[in-house]
Design a protein around this ligand. Sequence first.
Ligand code: PHB
Length: 389
Amino acid sequence: MRKRYLAVALAALLAGGSAAAREYRVGLLLPYSGVYAALGKEIQAGFELGLEHYGGELGEDTVTILPEDTEVKPPVGLTKAKKLVLQDRVDVLAGLVSSGVLAAVRDFVDAARVPLIVANAGNIHATGEKCSRYIIRVSFSNAQITRPMGRYLAEIGVKTVVAMAPDYAAGHQDVEAMKGAFEAAGGKVLKEIYTPFRKTKDFGPYLTEAQATGAEALFVFYAGGEAIGFMKQYASFGLRDKLPLYAAGFLTSQLYREAIGEPALGSVNSLHYLTTLDNPENARFQKAFQEKYGRVASEFAVQGYDAARLIVAALAASRGDKEKFVDAARTTTFASPRGPWRIDPRTNNIVQNIYIYEIVKGEDGRLVEKLLETYENEQDPPNGCRLAG
Ligand code: PHB
């Protein structure tokens, strides 16, 4: 078998052609069930479009994806990561939506020396004190999204805020970063309220608690199924005029903005992507995504799309050598639908613009983003990470 392969490869080389085509395997660790199921499917949709657009850069070589459902559960995520690496022998891992699942797979990925391209999970420790050469993030970090919101709240003159978020890593990190920036600029967070993650259906008691603080504004992080439930109850409590809403933009993501409907109007959000960004890559991306899937692409789709493109570029530069793959992935950049970005060599975290916007009704009745402010090249501090520069 081996001899035959070598003979074929040699013949191809002598004929001036390339060696036999390789099949690279990418393990996609995403939630396909649970509160973030829609996010996982959207990231995969973007990833597949990215492969369609850029897979050709590998010539004869191909990429096969192996999706595994993390169920938004850390132990399940770790089991699936081990399966993909030890049994399926993937060349690369990609995905991860929940900060909790990313924390659970971190040590295994680092020890196995398998590259992991993070396509959502914002856990600051994965590119901070628990960073790894093998973990490269092309999505965002939790602090990167909400630190500008803290600054913005202070800039527009808000003095007091109450915060709400799910009680797990991402919720705490989103609130802490907003609070740090807001209080450094003279504001005060009166209370932090954490709701049981994946279990809270009734946000009523927490909304009552938030209102009782007398804060001028409410800051929240919720995503997926929790975001829809939260927004509907916030609106039915009649809080829009009493306790204006500021949020990490996943709250009103394009992915489920229409499902939220009118309650999304007037919320002010911070995020690394707007569906309406005016650049050639976004025009091409949105057109192709809408043709393929029949809906407007969200930030999650962009993250999948860029992860696929980064993986293709790094595979083309490394051809199966994992160390070379990491070197290439850490130093590659390209024009993204989200605008300019690069990987910080100190941490393997992404550096990118963060946009503050309000959800308004567009001319066609669609709920769209109205840009209020851009914070350029938002970069996390190394937070104890010391990767070679
Ligand atoms: C996270 O757990 O890091 C997370 C999950 C969903 C989001 C954003 C961040 O939309």
